[in-house]
Design a protein around this ligand. Sequence first.
Ligand code: HEM
Length: 548
Amino acid sequence: AMAADAWSGFLAEAQSHIPTTFSPRLILLAFVNVPVIAVLVNVLWQLVVPRDKSLPPLVFHWLPFIGSAPSYGNDPLTFFFKCREKYGDVFTYVMFGRKVTVALGPKGNNFVLGGKSKAFSAEDAYTHFTTPVFGKDVVYDVPNEVFMEQKRFVKVGLSTENFRVYVDEIEREVDDFMNRDGAFRIYQMNDINEWASFDVLKVMSEITILTASRTLQGREVRESLDKSFSELYMDLDGGFTPLNFLFPNLPLESYRKRDAAHIKMSEFYQSILKKRKAGSVSHDHDMMAALMDQQYRNGRPLADHEIAHIMIALLMAGQHTSSSTGSWALLHLADNPAIAEAVYEEQVKHFGLSEGQFRPMTYEELRALPILDSVIRETLRVHPPIHSIMRYVREPVVIPPTLSAPSKDSTFVVPKGHYVLACPLVSQMDPKIWRDCETWEPARWSDPEGAAAKAYTEYEDATGEQIDFGFGLVSKGTESPYQPFGAGRHRCIGEQFAYLQLGTIIATLIRKLELRLDADELPKHNFHTMIMLPKDPRTISYRRRHFD
Ligand code: HEM
């Protein structure tokens, strides 16, 4: 509706510049010229009409309505760095009729992510996009207090006790995959001389969904993956793109498939719940079991459809984020054999038995491996899967003068109806903050004096200030330049699971394989997907390390 309003507003504006008495020839001329006039009006309006002093600077754009969408959409990082140079840390850009106010840097992150939910609403920014996929009555389809309770329920399922069981399950799943999938044919032939290659995103996507279903999603989902579930997942995923974000409902096949897949997926999870309730099999360690035991503060247990929809939300939240991070980590390891060897030696040191033989890791041991840990942490600095975090502005908010101000004694205000956007990627790649910011360098995380140590302490410090938004204590951490999992009340609750999953997958692969990058350089980011995936081609060569 907002987009339509903006569109008709701009048409009205353009038409008001056309004379009212027309000859047919003039009408034709005017018709042809409307787009030209619209562009002119839009440009003149930006250059000539004085801007309300309380509004942050507007990014100049030629096209009305569409605004800066192409620059943002093709490469938000370059777009934001350019805008920062011209306008400072706070500016507004137009994207398909929406006005988006960006706040950059650690203070900008804090402004957006630490904002009050009454003023900055995640549900108003996301629900049109997420609810058709996740379903009713969960996440952004409910008031924020209710969602915070749902995050608390999910955290019960993400317990350390469950994680202890998962390490082994993930390792076995990766093992089975390598012994079965066509990508690892040369490995399967027990050949330690020949190199072969695989598409890293394809392999990581499959391993991610296999391991997430074996653990969090539960046995029934894992078993169905070999059948109908994968197709449903693909259809649902096809409805989770930037196009869906911009236009929630278009008469397109992908939208119809999304809606049909949601109904089937929801029924599928609900049928599992019914069977579980009827049967006597125990499922102690998965998420559905945890959710079935929870109740809202008013004593009401979760309805089956709510559990089903939370499960879909978790599936979507964890899939591309983890598979993207894992892909980038493997690409960098392939590009830096010395670091891959250090990861390997770390495995040998802690778990090596004899040549090529390792004992399993425990969860506690896994989390105490500094090299493996820093590989993931550094990958999330350079390639945080989620680059833009948005909120809808429900009431005007004053921008702190320390972040941005037009002059010494005045302030900017973000008006109601704007969106605000935080981009932790900018502060994570800021040359003013990080030494050699472009270089993927896990060792920076073990330098106690470096920017990384400071950023990490600010982000994670359990001894610093902590807040409970309803799902347990989280570190305040909103002013850190390093925030791959967001911050504040919407902070990710999947972080520990992601580290566990990625750590186990990477360790298992590196125990068995040497890796090399196929191309001369790393692939670029594909910004046309919701998540910062590596562009095609993204193949990695591998060679088996040991005989069986
Ligand atoms: C929220 C990143 C994995 C579940 C978030 C946010 C970020 C993020 C940036 C904040 C979004 C916002 O403020 O709008 C990541 C990364 C991951 C990852 C980088 C992996 C490398 C997972 C996994 C799960 C998960 C595995 C589930 C098991 C969630 C949930 C939220 C969230 C429930 C809360 C959303 C909210 O409160 O609005 N994640 N995530 N994430 N994530 Fe993750």
